[in-house]
Design a protein around this ligand. Sequence first.
Ligand code: NAD
Length: 489
Amino acid sequence: MTAVLQNYIDGEWCASEATEFLDVVNPATTEVLAKVPLSTAGEVDRAAQAAAQAFVNWRRTPAGDRIQYLFKLKVLLENHLEDLARTITQECGKTLAESRGEVRRAIENVEVACGMPTLIQGYNSEDIARGIDEFMIRQPVGVAAAICPFNFPGMIPFWFMPYAIACGNTYIIKPSEKVPLTLQTIMHLLEQTGLPKGVVNLVNGTTEAVDAILEHPLIRAISFVGSTPVARYIYSRAAANGKRAQCQGGAKNPVIVLPDADIAMTTRIMADSAFGCAGQRCLAASVAITVGEARQTFTEAIADTARSRIVGYGLEAGVQMGPVITAQSRSRIEALIQQGVEEGAKVLVDGRQPQIAGYENGYFVRPTILQDIDPTGKIAQTEIFGPVLSLIHLDTLEAAIALINQGHYGNMACLFTSSGAAARQFRYEAEAGNIGINIGVAAPMAFFPFSGWKDSFFGDLHGQGQQAVEFFTQTKVVVERWQEWTRKF
Ligand code: NAD
């Protein structure tokens, strides 16, 4: 019988009171792995009450003691890296190597949050006036929550949760209903650390659970990662309800290839960026803008690489790309490829309707390249979120930067070149939060903020590193006078 997933609230695994459930499906094999409950507002309320109760003692626990649970979690994650990676591949479709990389980035965030006794420090000024001192101290905000997308079930909760709890907050995580299994394993590991009950809670579900989080008076801060329309909605509802929010949205990441780039290296890196994780990374390259002679050299090389990519079930050795997440996703991607054609593009490499031996029912789209897309057309601005690379040709670096800056997303922009001056101009002028120079997936390490601009991010403080510490703390300023007359002895 198919397992029905449970929530984890107040230190207990509990069956949901939901009346609706969704299948969790392996996108390569279409096997139903589990059923996920669409938890109710009442269950979010129980999680929020439990977290608020736990906050009373947790915020009084010294940061040096709080991080001991994270040190234990790091060891458990290292020991279970392989199981976690297999689960990610099974529910999300990416290759085992990609899943291992994802867990590694989760672990890095735990390591950075272990520096909290230093990261959380404030500052002070003695004698701001004669005999008066002033301090800034950081205190936790209270109960916080994360609402997560499907594409990195093992990593994205870690952009937030380790920092939140190390800062003294208590937490609720709502994973994507498409990939809820990875977080089940992570919560079992957290349980093994002996973390006090109620400090981290898991509530499965979709819109009812999200709306309950947005409306709940005890939840003070919300971290969201997902598509732009939902990010915008979450940010505005959270703000209307007086909560702080950081909402990462979708992307359409452009990459410029200059004629002086190392074409062999550029092609290898670009193929991984555009087709890695089946193009379902928020930092996937989706438009390559070639300048000058790069048009011919890069186009030929990337087309060959795209055709030879080995597509299949991510658990099998040698597979370089897995399926996309759902049948609906595959239909949407194929419809967008067709729209590109209608806007005048040529399908240089066509990955639609592939037959993958042994996985004929899986949700596969092979790498696809659309040549000469219309820079003013819809496809140039629409997030495809699949293994589709569009090509545009322009005459100058300036024209390419101008085209990038017209886009409404601003998650990542990259440049391939051997010119330091071109690199500097690009870094200086490109309007995106994450910039790559001879890099195809400019993913910030855990000790840097996971940036994002324009419609790719709503808020001011990003996930990871010091910005996460700022998001999960409120500053308190203390002005103190202690004069001689206060001495009793
Ligand atoms: P999504 O927006 O469909 O879902 C994200 C979360 O929001 C899920 O937990 C889902 O249950 C919930 N949700 C969905 N619709 C909702 C609604 N109407 N009301 C309330 N809650 C709702 O995103 P997804 O398909 O899971 O993830 C892919 C998207 O995430 C892509 O757009 C990708 O670019 C983006 N993404 C962005 C980043 C980043 O750092 N900027 C990182 C990863 C993914």
